[in-house]
Design a protein around this ligand. Structure first.
Ligand SMILES: O=C[C@H](O)COP(=O)(O)O
Length: 255
């Protein structure tokens, strides 16, 4: 099964709207209409509208980094799926480890967000992954299994066509410590097996599983050559046009 590679840039809490537009223009100039790889830019909420304008007419898609599952109401500081749709957002990162660690996102809350995103035609990028302590305790696969099963509770086989999973070992995020290709592939294969058990092989074979954690142009070709690694969720290397473009090109070469 040939899955289209996907490279998503998670800008985290970086870039003003103006900085985001400048970065987007540089990216668009080189890979705006790239055909063989899916590319998603995920700026902070405050830059979504400006970046959406800079992406007009291009094949690059726009993603948000979080959302609230409620329709609307008294939830100060939160943003709904409908609000994101209104800004031409097509993807949303959910359950990122930084949200789980710093903002208390639980599996149950992440699940509500996944369900709400799908109900609003947003494609969730569900993040899963173990901390260093969990890896050292030998519970990597159990943690990943819990994140996947609980994050996807109630999601139907049909809806899985819109779901993307990102495996991000927490110890590799922003640390420069990349998982070895064998470590990453082992978990990716485990996730695909789990999806096969949950939804059957035809569905599981189509789901893109991205790797995230210090992915750079230098280590991307090796990671992207692995059978179950279908792209990357990029943090640091997505903040600069050259490295992000080179990552997209690495995915194109691995296609
Ligand atoms: O969402 C992106 C990941 O957290 C990876 O971040 P990083 O590439 O800076 O390690």
């Amino acid at each position: 099964m040939i899955r289209r590679k996907l490279i998503a840039g998670n800008w985290k809490m970086n870039k003003t709207a103006a900085d985001g537009v400048a970065l987007t223009k540089d990216i668009v100039a080189e890979i705006g209409r790239i055909g063989s790889v899916d590319v998603v830019l995920c700026p902070p909420f405050t830059a979504l509208e400006s970046v959406a304008k800079a992406l007009e007419g291009q094949s690059i898609k726009l993603g948000a980094q979080n959302m609230n599952p409620e329709k609307g109401g008294a939830f100060t500081g939160e943003v709904s799926a409908e609000m994101l749709r209104g800004l031409f957002v097509s993807h949303v990162i959910l359950g990122h480890s930084e949200r789980r660690t710093f903002f208390g996102d639980t599996d149950a809350f992440v699940n509500k967000k996944v369900i709400a995103a799908l109900a609003n035609q947003l494609k969730p990028i569900l993040c899963v992954g173990e901390t260093l302590a969990e890896r050292e305790a030998g519970s990597t696969l159990a943690v990943v299994q819990r994140h996947v099963e609980q994050g996807l509770a109630g999601v139907t086989a049909e809806q899985m066509a819109a779901v993307i999973i990102a495996y991000e070992p927490v110890w590799a995020i922003g640390t420069g410590k990349v998982a070895t290709t064998a470590q990453a592939q082992e978990v990716h294969a485990f996730i695909r097996d789990l999806l096969t058990k949950l939804y059957g092989a035809p569905v599981a074979q189509k789901v893109r599983i991205l790797y995230g954690g210090s992915m750079k142009p230098s280590n991307a070709p090796e990671l992207l050559a692995e059978k179950d690694i279908d792209g990357g969720l990029i943090g640091g290397a997505a903040l600069e046009a050259r490295s992000f473009i080179d990552l997209v090109k690495a995915a194109e070469a691995a296609h």
